[in-house]
Design a protein around this ligand. Structure first.
Ligand code: KG4
Ligand code: ZN
Length: 343
């Protein structure tokens, strides 16, 4: 009989639970974006932890009901144990561990970044090795993925994460939080060549990213203006978004050259994380992949942002390798991916 997996994701401001079977079919998936942070213009960790606890208590019984299952029908429990905000990680993992203990079932700690990396698996048959471009609110990384559990980090941001830069630029433009979707919305109507935004590490063949200089440059442009009107905002948003797409595109080209020099072949390019929901960026990457004869894989929009289904997916994949249950695992805000190495 197919095993049933129950998962919890609480690493930031999404409270999410999912129930999947061993074939990765989603039996129920409830995803709740906490609203209390909007007025603060960013996620407040203490508010997030308290909200996770309240929301989990409400959505866990609903998730079981939707899947037409009872707690005793669950075979495996898992939860995000890092990286992320420690309060949220403690809440989510403690709840999942308590359920596992009560049901005398195993508990598996899951790495949030690995979950993003495997998230295209709901839409595509993932083939390895691949080059994964991970674009979230907390991370911007390039991985050479040899296979499940074999992740080689080849580049990352040296300062702000890409999603963080969308959020910060949105704040400078008086747009709502989270800023990524807001910037995308108004950028559609703007002139992307209106402003000259800096391109960090442009001339160097460097696989690392930097976004803090862009934020400072935009801050200076905004400060020079007396009137921050809609035309100004949409043009600046479009110019910023274009520059971000240029940067990602260039890093992928460098990464392909780097992997080629090292004789490391890839079959796919994968883009994952909250920022992967951006249509403009995705379109640029689809074109780039076409030109270079690669397939671009990515999660459906609902699996780009944080969600518990992708957490269960990692658990399912790990179980194929007979991982051990680890009820004593301590959540870690800076948790590294298992077996990940930096070259
Ligand atoms: O992966 P994610 O949900 O959470 C983390 O693991 O950090 O990513 C959240 C980030 C936020 O910074 C948000 O502004 C950004 O993803 N984001 C976007 C879009 N949708 C979400 N950025 C650009 N364009 C979007 N459409
Ligand atoms: Zn995430």
């Amino acid at each position: 009989m197919s095993k049933i997996i129950f998962s919890i994701e609480t690493s930031c401001d999404e409270t999410s639970v999912a129930i999947l079977n061993e074939q990765s079919e989603i039996l129920s998936h409830l995803n709740y974006t906490q609203k209390d942070h909007k007025i603060h213009g960013g996620v407040v960790p203490e508010i997030a932890s308290r909200a996770h606890l309240q929301i989990l208590q409400k959505i866990i019984p609903i998730s079981l009901k939707k899947a037409k299952l009872r707690m005793k029908d669950i075979d495996i429990f898992c939860a995000t144990c890092g990286p992320g905000l420690i309060g949220g990680l403690l809440v989510g993992s403690s709840v999942a561990k308590s359920m596992a203990i009560a049901q005398k079932k195993p508990f598996f700690p899951i790495n949030h970044l690995e979950a993003h990396i495997l998230s295209p698996g709901f839409k595509f048959n993932m083939k390895f090795p691949n080059l994964t471009v991970l674009l979230t609110g907390g991370h911007t990384q390039l991985y050479y993925v040899e296979g499940i559990t074999k992740y080689i980090l080849i580049g990352e941001t040296v300062d702000d994460a890409i999603g963080e830069s969308f959020d910060k630029v949105a704040k400078l433009l008086n747009l709502k939080f989270p800023g990524g979707p807001e910037i995308e919305k108004i950028a559609k109507f703007g002139d992307e060549n209106k402003f000259n935004i800096p391109h960090p590490f442009k001339s160097k063949k460097n696989l690392n990213f930097s976004f803090s200089g862009i934020k400072t440059a935009i801050n200076l442009i905004v400060k020079k203006r007396k009137l921050v009107d809609y035309d100004f905002k949409k043009n600046l948003a479009a110019s910023f978004q274009k520059k971000v797409a240029d940067i990602i595109e260039q890093k992928i080209i460098y990464a392909l050259e780097f992997l080629n020099e090292k004789n490391k072949k890839i079959v796919d390019i994968s883009v994952v994380g909250g920022v992967a929901a951006n249509k403009k960026i995705k379109k640029r990457l689809i074109n780039l992949c076409k030109k270079n004869n690669f397939r671009l894989i990515y999660p459906q929009n609902e699996f780009c942002g944080d969600n518990a289904a992708m957490i269960a997916k990692v658990c399912i994949e790990h179980n194929k390798f007979n991982f051990n249950s680890d009820i004593d695992f301590r959540p870690d805000p800076r948790l590294k991916i298992l077996n990940s190495i930096k070259i």
